[in-house]
Design a protein around this ligand. Structure first.
Ligand SMILES: Nc1ncnc2c1ncn2[C@@H]1O[C@H](COP(=O)(O)OP(=O)(O)OP(=O)(O)O)[C@@H](O)[C@H]1O
Length: 285
């Protein structure tokens, strides 16, 4: 596969749902974390945002969420938007369904919460207390809480970062299928090049306060590490990011497989998990 055929600079193909222009943000009168940044996201587009630590990814996400009080510039976002953070942020003294129904106010709030929780595979934990959920379940509850608001824009701030390798793969798969069903625009902040390529239509890199790279990813869905062209795109993106694949912090595929296996008790995955691993990384176990 030709890298440039599948991975080229983006052009706006759909009507915009997010429009940011000339966005400036600094803290304590220091240098500009966001420095005259421009960004457009199309309706239903799945966008991943990469960038080194401290480059301002969360600051941009918080601005789009309306959680940052003092941005300068123009920011146009839909009112129906929801955020999922790295940690699930569930209220411990409310049962799971009530966390999801939080603030809905409508007479059918519970019914809607139940539907959203069922969709993320938590229909059996409606009345559970949040602290009794596993990390993956809690993050799925957070996704349900976002989903129930029928967001036009879903903002995801490293939502898989705290999950073990296999739960991360499963939750990434869930987000991909929720996106296919509901088609919100998504901005996913991540450190993980593989995650960006598995999920997004577009990959952005934030550097020096601006969008320094904006690429479209035209790989077929559902995406797999093992699919034709994936490794080539991954290498291309790492090159653009100036990261050596061997450098610390960037796992080659073989070590992601090792991590997945390690995540299984006794290194002995169930048949379903084994299939998931094999289909994602294309390695026989
Ligand atoms: N409320 C704040 N007060 C002061 N400085 C802040 C505040 N929020 C963010 N910053 C600073 O702005 C810069 C960008 O932070 P931000 O969290 O947006 O980066 P990031 O790209 O999301 O980083 P990471 O990948 O490590 O999460 C950092 O230097 C950070 O210290």
């Amino acid at each position: 596969m030709n890298v440039h055929a599948a991975f080229h600079q983006t052009t706006a193909a759909v009507p915009p749902i997010v429009q940011v222009s000339n966005l400036v943000r600094s803290f304590d009168a220091g240098t500009n974390v966001l420095d005259h940044l421009d960004l457009t996201i199309g309706d239903g587009e799945f966008v991943a945002l990469l960038g080194r630590s401290g480059s301002g990814k969360s600051t941009l996400l918080r601005t789009l969420a309306g959680l940052d009080a003092a941005p300068e510039g123009t920011v146009s976002v839909p009112p129906q938007r929801a955020v999922v953070f790295q940690e699930p942020r569930l209220i411990p003294w409310k049962p799971v369904w009530a966390n999801v129904a939080l603030g809905l106010g409508a007479s059918d709030a519970r019914e809607r919460a139940v539907a959203a929780l069922t969709e993320v595979g938590l229909g059996h934990r409606l009345d559970a207390w949040p602290l009794t959920l596993s990390g993956g379940e809690a993050q799925r509850a957070a996704l349900a809480r976002a989903l129930v608001r029928q967001p036009k824009l879903l903002l995801l701030d490293e939502p898989f970062a705290a999950l073990d390798a296999l739960t991360r793969l499963k939750t990434q798969g869930l987000v991909a299928s929720l996106w296919m069903t509901h088609r919100p625009a998504i901005l996913l902040v991540t450190h993980d090049v593989d995650e960006a390529l598995l999920l997004a239509d577009r990959v952005l890199v934030l550097d020096k306060g601006r969008i320094a790279l904006d690429w479209r990813v035209n790989l077929e869905r559902p995406r797999r590490h093992a699919q034709r062209g994936f490794a080539e795109l991954r290498a291309g993106l790492l090159r653009e990011l100036g990261i050596d694949e061997e450098e610390e912090g960037v796992e080659p595929l073989e070590s992601s497989v090792a991590a997945l296996i390690k995540a299984q008790s006794g290194g002995n995955p169930s048949p379903v998990d084994r299939d998931l691993i094999v289909s994602h990384v294309g390695v026989s176990l």
